[in-house]
Structure formats: structure tokens, C-alpha cells
Write a new protein. Structure first.
Length: 326
């Protein structure tokens, strides 16, 4: 190549550089493709319904579709591992809860992810108080009568949960410990089969999401005795809390968004802003209300601290019960 040709090529490259630099931010803008949110529970489950309601109003501010992908199994561990191994670009997130990020690491001998080091917190979404239901055949309408019956027949009555070490299981264990009682635990693979067993009279009681409890009790299929939250649930204003009935126990679940480890702070903060905005959307807020979910957004740092405290909260109970899952 001649010296003049080389000079022309260099000049052309220099002239093109400003255009390339101007285009770079556009290519790097977040997000530049659809957002995938992995829900590690089946379609139609509480978490799935809530996340789908929030996904719709998230799409406008993000300028991209928000796609829900259900990956159920192992109390949320299957779907959670998928996100732990994803690229930290903010386009793959996990809808986490107390089980995936506070409890699983306490009970599983071999968990395929580290809930602390494998994730970047984004924001809380909601808290999910529970309702205590009992089968109609027990002929019981109050918490006091239920506890009296369990006390009179130690180890003979049974309770369902959606899995060993689940928040449904551990909330009942908190109640039994506080009251000095013993019941037989019958774990199921989800809330739906558990409450179905209670309705059929195969199991005596269960803690389930307050929205699920309201739906099951609406037609008299089960008796709703209490909610596990600090205050009464707006969807169930006539149902007293456990504390109101003399048992100092609070239980339930929470849900939040996290991304893979090493996700940039700017992306986590942007996603947190959009999540908080989506929770204020009227249609999404109505879905959360009908599910008895209590909206609660947070900063990424606040979610990290919240999860650490929740893990500490459950650790003693899991240790005392000697719960281990292979």
C-alpha cells in the first residue's frame, strides 16, 4: 500500500471513530433484549401469579418484554441454580423467597448454588402471610380449640406442608414449639396437593398462603383459624392473628428479585426502581391484594441485609429440628 493510501485509510478510520463511539452507548444501553425472570415454582402457584402481574407494568419502563419461565423442583433449587449460572447482564433474574435464599442452604447437604455469593440482590417484592386452616371434620372453629385437641391427642393429628423445610412446614413447627405440642408432618410437592388433602380429610391442618386460605375457606371446604402476620390481613379483616389469640408466633414467606453475582450496581438499581414502580401499578396492586400479598419494595442493599436476617431467623429452628435433605 502506498504512503498516500495509508494516510487516506488512517484518516478514514479517524473520521469514523466519533460515529463508533456515539453508537457504543446505544449498544450498551440496558436492557438491549428481553428480560427473563425464572419462577422456580409451577404455573398458577402464588409466586407465579404475583410475578406475572408485576411483569406487565415492568415492560414499559424497561422497553423490553419481560418473560416468565417456570422451573420448579427441590423447593425452588432447580430454577435458582439456572440463574446462578447465568450471565450477570441483568437479563436473567430469579424470583427468590425465604426457601431459595434463607432456608435451602440450611437443610440441603448438597445445594447447587450459594445463596450469598452466587447472586446480586435487586429488590423485595412482597411479603406473603399465611393462614392456618383445618379440615371441616375436626369440628373446630377456633385456634384455642385446635390447640386443645392437639394437646389431648399428642402425635396423632397431622399437618401438611409444601415440602420438608418449607416456610409452610417451619411456620407450623414454630406454632407447635410455642404451644409445646406435637403433630405428624406430611410433606407434599406444592400447596395445591397439600390443601387438597386437607379438604379431603386426609390431613388435619396446614399453613398456606393467606390468599389460598381465603379461597379454600370461602365455600366452607376448610376452617380458617388464624393468620400468621403481625397485623390482620386486609383480605381477611375478620380473621385474627396468632398473637391476638395468645400465641406469640409470626410466620410466612417473602419474595424478591435477584440476579447473578457480579451484576453491575447500575443495573441492579435500575431494576429495583422499575420493580417498585410496577408494584404501584393499579392492576398489579389488585392482583397482589387478591392474593393477600403485602407489597414491599427495597434497595438492593436492603434486600441483602433482609435475607441475612431471615437466614439467621430460621437457622436455630432448623438446627433444633435436625432437618437435613439429601
Amino acid at each position: 500500500m502506498s504512503r498516500s493510501a495509508s494516510r487516506r485509510a488512517l484518516l478514514g478510520s479517524a473520521l469514523a471513530l466519533p460515529a463508533l463511539l456515539a453508537a457504543a452507548p446505544a449498544r450498551a444501553a440496558f436492557p438491549d433484549r428481553p428480560i427473563r425472570i425464572v419462577v422456580p415454582w409451577p404455573p398458577g402457584a402464588f409466586a407465579d401469579v404475583v410475578m406475572r402481574a408485576l411483569a406487565q407494568p415492568m415492560q414499559g419502563p424497561l422497553g423490553q418484554p419481560v418473560v416468565i419461565e417456570n422451573r420448579a423442583g427441590a423447593t425452588g433449587a432447580v430454577g435458582t441454580e439456572v440463574v446462578a449460572r447465568a450471565a450477570p447482564d441483568g437479563t436473567t433474574l430469579i424470583l427468590a423467597n425465604a426457601e431459595t435464599h434463607a432456608i435451602n442452604s440450611l437443610i440441603y447437604r448438597r445445594l447447587p448454588y450459594n445463596p450469598v455469593t452466587d447472586f446480586t440482590p435487586v429488590s423485595l417484592i412482597a411479603r406473603a402471610p399465611f393462614g392456618l386452616v383445618v379440615r371441616r371434620g375436626l369440628g373446630i372453629d377456633t385456634l384455642a380449640a385446635f390447640l386443645a385437641k392437639v394437646r389431648a391427642e399428642p402425635g396423632r393429628l397431622s399437618f401438611a406442608s409444601w415440602g420438608t423445610g418449607s416456610t409452610s412446614h417451619l411456620t407450623m413447627e414454630l406454632l407447635l414449639r410455642a404451644a409445646g405440642l406435637d403433630m405428624l408432618h406430611v410433606p407434599f410437592t406444592g400447596q395445591a396437593p397439600g390443601v387438597t388433602a386437607v379438604i379431603a380429610g386426609q390431613v388435619d391442618a396446614m399453613f398456606l398462603t393467606a390468599g389460598g386460605a381465603e379461597a379454600a375457606a370461602r365455600d366452607g371446604s376448610v376452617r380458617l383459624l388464624a393468620v400468621s402476620s403481625a397485623q390482620r390481613v386486609p383480605l381477611l379483616p375478620d380473621t385474627p392473628t396468632l398473637r391476638e389469640q395468645g400465641v406469640a408466633v409470626e410466620g410466612g414467606n417473602w419474595f424478591g428479585l435477584l440476579g447473578p453475582a457480579r451484576m453491575p450496581d447500575a443495573i441492579a438499581n435500575r431494576l429495583a426502581e422499575v420493580t417498585a414502580q410496577a408494584a404501584r401499578d393499579p392492576a398489579a396492586a389488585e392482583v397482589l391484594r387478591t392474593q393477600a400479598a403485602i407489597p414491599e419494595a427495597s434497595t438492593p442493599a436492603a434486600l441483602r441485609d433482609f435475607i441475612d436476617r431471615d437466614r439467621e431467623r430460621w437457622a436455630g429452628l432448623v438446627r433444633d429440628l435436625r432437618i437435613q435433605v439429601d
